[in-house]
Write a protein that binds this ligand. Sequence first.
Ligand SMILES: CC(C)(COP(=O)(O)OP(=O)(O)OC[C@H]1O[C@@H](n2cnc3c(N)ncnc32)[C@H](O)[C@@H]1OP(=O)(O)O)[C@@H](O)C(=O)NCCC(=O)NCCS
Length: 170
Amino acid sequence: MTDRQADAEETLRIREMTIDDFSEVFHIGEEVFTAEYSQSLYRTWDEYEITTLFNSDNELCLVAEAGGKILGFSLGTTVTKHNSPWKYGYLVWLGVRSNIQQGGVGSGLFKEIKRRMKEQGVRMIMIDTAADNEPAIRFFKKQGFGDIQEHVYMSLNLTRKTKKKHPKKS
Ligand SMILES: CC(C)(COP(=O)(O)OP(=O)(O)OC[C@H]1O[C@@H](n2cnc3c(N)ncnc32)[C@H](O)[C@@H]1OP(=O)(O)O)[C@@H](O)C(=O)NCCC(=O)NCCS
């Protein structure tokens, strides 16, 4: 175990997020979910992510705290599909302060949200992240995730003038 891991594990407490934590969680998210992280706009970190998930699933909105400071958070929800009897867990956001990453905080948060999801009857947990987010992919593989499925995002810029195509004369 590294010193960093020992420091984090010694005093780490995983608890439910409260409204008093909103701003700290928001700022940690701003630090880790940068524009580079979500270039495609399909995942944008903003304050509504926190309030919406807190309103719908406050039991799955957790923070990791040590010495009165929040080190990271996990925000999740559950999903039921009309054609499936299974209940799914969706871990929407998981973020750990940059200076404490790789110290076991993310694993602690995941362990607790997984426990809570299981208690709620979840049979499968889903996550999504950018294909080039190697640290996160490694992290989730270590937590037992597999069966990676690729998804394509496309965009169309409506401010660019497009050339009209004329049918070829024969
Ligand atoms: C992904 C993230 C939540 C992991 O949290 P963490 O506290 O750093 O993770 P842990 O210390 O518990 O790491 C557990 C394992 O994950 C893997 N891992 C974590 N960070 C890694 C990194 N930067 N590079 C490679 N592997 C990494 C390792 O296998 C590690 O095990 P090890 O320490 O025994 O090698 C954190 O890096 C983060 O906040 N990243 C930015 C936001 C993000 O991408 N979130 C995920 C999508 S929402």
